[in-house]
Write a protein that binds this ligand. Structure first.
Ligand code: ZN
Ligand code: ZN
Length: 209
């Protein structure tokens, strides 16, 4: 294999494409010489073909990155490398969504809910999921399925969402401050439940929900 850098994806540009589109599937990443060419190509149509921009109603956050082989082994995996589209046929009905997820991922024996809208399997022998552990502020094992039609209210998108949007949400969780030991998502869920019952959030014991 030659190490010559492919040229920029923009047809009229012949410069070396040293930048890669992070949203593309690793086996067919668009290459750019500059962020200017990348922005131009995005407008020109890449936003319709880029895998990271495709909307789905559910994504898996894998415990182990799924695309490490295609990335530089010296670079730590990025959040996008843990995400896998997992479109649900039963989308829109919470009970049926759960059934489908559990059946397709063989979770039927130990179904769990990491946080509302984030389905998981309560099997601690599975590897620790670093992204979910960081987002929720507690250790979660195995893959987690994130469904947007759930009751979760950390939700700035339409029903379907793209990997690129999801990566931005995860980046937000990464930098969100922890208050009283709670992550943003847990805090919001406490507030949501408190509001529902007309209580102050401080009525709930630590660790709830
Ligand atoms: Zn792309
Ligand atoms: Zn270029």
């Amino acid at each position: 294999m030659s190490d010559a850098t492919p040229t920029c994806t923009v047809p009229s540009c012949q410069k070396p494409g040293t930048l890669r589109c992070s949203g593309c599937h690793p086996s067919q990443q668009a290459r750019y010489c500059s962020s200017t060419c990348q922005a131009a190509d995005w407008k020109r149509g890449h936003r319709r073909t880029c895998a990271g921009a495709q909307k789905h109603n559910c994504f898996l956050i894998r415990a182990l990155p799924i695309t490490t082989t295609a990335t530089d082994p010296n670079q730590p995996p990025k959040d996008a490398h843990y995400l896998e589209p997992f479109p649900l046929h039963a989308y829109g009905n919470w009970g049926k969504e759960r059934q489908e997820i559990q059946a397709r991922l063989n979770w039927a024996a130990a179904p769990g809910v990491a946080t509302p809208g984030w389905e998981n399997c309560t099997d601690d022998t599975r590897p620790v999921n670093p992204i979910v552990t960081r987002c929720l502020g507690r250790t979660v094992h195995g893959d987690v399925a994130v469904v947007r039609s759930s009751t979760i209210e950390v939700n700035y998108y339409g029903d379907a969402f793209s990997a690129n949007e999801f990566v931005r949400t995860l980046a937000y969780h990464r930098t969100a401050p922890r208050i009283n030991g709670m992550g943003d998502q847990q805090r919001r869920e406490r507030e949501r439940i408190a509001a529902k019952f007309g209580l102050h959030e401080s009525f709930f014991p630590p660790g709830f929900p």
